[in-house]
Design a protein around this ligand. Structure first.
Ligand SMILES: N[C@@H](CCC(=O)N[C@@H](CS)C(=O)NCC(=O)O)C(=O)O
Length: 208
């Protein structure tokens, strides 16, 4: 059975949990205690030298880190990743956007807010918030014309972007200002076998 090294509040981990649920792939979630520093222990660094979750263990000792690489791996040959070359390239395009323009600005502010450090990181928050809002504007304008990010249907591009967008309010982003995003969030929530970010599934603890 696949194992996902994960941390429940993580949007990156959630992308992979959500897809595996929607594909009906059984997996065991290994909860890694980030606040306790477990990602930086020698035991975890053997799993991912970068010291970050999520990591998918495909077979004993065979590890794949990076949430979007995991999405690509799991969705190959399924309706979540089209065969069409142009559509696949557009999926990669949105995933790069997510990692470069969206997650670093929206997920970080959400994280600092959740752990009560938004004031301590005030300068960074002030720098990142307009960049996060810009990313949301880009998404909203794209979704004004289309129901999903690529090919008029739900794909891993939507999963990659849904993860931190739907909880952006936890970082003080005002999603109501982006009506096309709000309608898209609803469409994503209505997909079969959708799970919430708070759903732990079958979980064991990482012991290090
Ligand atoms: N690009 C990576 C980012 C992974 C990442 O930033 N993980 C965070 C949690 S969301 C983490 O493990 N932080 C722990 C640490 O830095 O020690 C991905 O998409 O998987």
């Amino acid at each position: 059975m696949f194992r996902l090294y994960d941390h429940l509040p993580s949007g990156n981990g959630y992308k992979n949990r959500l897809l595996m649920n929607q594909l009906g792939i059984p997996f065991e979630r290994v909860e890694v205690d980030l606040p306790a520093g477990q990602t930086r222990t020698p035991e975890f660094l053997k799993i991912n030298p970068i010291g970050r979750i999520p990591v998918l263990e495909l077979a004993p000792g065979k590890y794949l880190p990076e949430s979007n690489a995991i999405l690509l791996y799991l969705s190959e040959g399924t309706p979540f990743q089209p065969d069409d070359r142009w559509q696949r390239a557009q999926i990669f395009q949105w995933m790069c956007f997510e990692q470069y323009s969206h997650e670093p600005n929206i997920a970080t502010i959400r994280h600092w807010t959740r752990i009560g450090k938004a004031t301590e990181f005030k300068t960074l928050v002030e720098m990142k918030r307009p960049l996060g809002n810009h990313a949301l504007r880009v998404m909203d304008s794209h979704l004004r014309e289309q129901p999903y990010f690529v090919g008029q249907r739900y794909t891993i591009a939507d999963i990659a972007l849904y993860a931190y967008t739907h909880v952006a309010g936890e970082g003080g982003f005002v999603l109501e200002e982006f009506p096309s995003i709000c309608r898209w969030l609803e469409r994503v929530r209505e997909q079969p076998n959708h799970i919430e970010i708070t759903d732990p599934g079958k979980t064991i603890l990482f012991l290090a």
